[in-house]
Design a protein around this ligand. Structure first.
Ligand code: NVA
Length: 343
């Protein structure tokens, strides 16, 4: 029996009917069986591709991507995913579309979606807005479908907002699974740095959901919000996951994965001076990696990363007296680093 057939049989045992024709707004909306289904389908697609078998689910149709902020990895992953499934990717560039002439979100959403099966949106420009734009877009499509303008209603995939980054977190856990020989319930993931940013939050949740010991190692000034921690701890009660955070280096001990992110997320560039001061003690260095006492501990990063001064951003900040590297080359380029496998 091929691996894909085995995986398909496993899928049949999962309660995932609610996933069909529903959106992927939040990582924390998904049940553990739904997360399991995503991993299972990913494994099956990989198996098919490795054996040069057809992976296409669609004969025609569009996957529309709207990136209202920069992206490299997610942009290409979305394009590859559409292609793998048989959809053509079309990028909605707001500056080049009629949006620039004042067309409303409602009109645009309905106009572009008549052949679309999936819409991926990244919108994290306004801190505190969450998935507001994504929701406005999809509500317009819901209405369009209800009013008979659209024959079908495409599905949304959140390609990052200011509090969540589901596709990243799912790919991260897959990478952890591929690199550790242990069950997830015996794994420990430590997020180093700004422990209340979008990537830290979705990792905290997915770890809690899958029984992975989660640690946020960062300064108290950037500690995760109490209600988010409490929610994840509640989830952890069912799965056995420990969820903790703090400044103590002891927390690094026994980690299977160290994770970090840039210190000032997109849209927070004015906070660099303050962040450098707070986060320099939590930079991922060779010494931090050693403090895990696990030679097989992997290093993960959602990218982009500042690990040297070759980028214009890191170089210009250095001129101003700020070393914004959240990780050193010693770790980023080490064999422990799986940053390019994470896509
Ligand atoms: N926290 C980062 C993640 C980048 C993938 C940001 O929001 O800019």
């Amino acid at each position: 029996m091929s691996k894909t057939v085995e995986l398909a049989r496993h899928l049949e045992t999962l309660h995932i009917n609610n996933m069909y024709k529903t959106d992927f707004y939040w990582t924390w909306d998904k049940t553990d069986e739904e997360i399991d289904a995503v991993f299972t389908v990913a494994d099956a697609l990989r198996d098919l591709r490795e054996r040069n078998k057809n992976t296409k689910v669609f004969n025609s149709g569009l996957g529309i991507s709207i990136f209202r902020d920069n992206s490299t990895r997610t942009r290409f992953s979305f394009a590859s995913a559409c292609n793998l499934l048989g959809l053509e990717e079309q990028v909605l560039d707001e500056k080049k579309s009629q949006i620039a002439h004042g067309e409303t979100v409602r009109e645009t959403a309905n106009m572009v979606s008549f052949m679309a099966d999936v819409i991926g949106i990244r919108d994290d420009m306004f801190i505190g807005e969450g998935h507001k734009y994504q929701k406005t877009f999809m509500d317009a499509l819901e209405e369009g479908y209800r009013d008979g303008i659209l024959e079908q209603r495409p599905t949304l995939v959140n390609l990052q907002c200011d509090v969540d980054h589901p596709t990243q977190a799912l790919a991260d856990i897959l990478t952890l699974m591929e690199n550790t020989k242990k069950p997830l319930s015996k794994c420990k993931l430590v997020f180093c740095g700004d422990t209340r940013n979008n990537v830290a939050y979705c990792l905290m949740y997915i770890c809690a959901k899958l029984g992975i010991h989660y640690v946020g190692w960062g300064p108290k000034e950037l500690a995760p919000a109490a209600d988010v921690v409490e929610y994840c701890r509640e989830v952890g009660k069912e799965t056995g996951a420990v969820v903790e955070y703090g400044e103590d280096k002891e927390l690094l001990k026994g980690a299977d994965a160290l994770y970090t992110d840039i210190w000032a997320s997109m849209g927070e560039e004015d906070k660099i001076p303050e962040r450098v001061k707070l986060l320099t003690p939590f930079k991922v260095t060779g010494e931090v990696l050693k403090a895990t006492e696990n030679p097989d501990c992997i290093f993960l990063h959602c990218l982009p990363s500042f690990h040297d001064f070759d980028t214009t951003m890191a170089a210009s900040q250095k001129e101003l007296g700020y070393d914004i590297r959240e990780v050193t080359d010693e770790v980023f380029l080490s064999p422990n680093s799986k940053v390019f496998d994470e896509a």
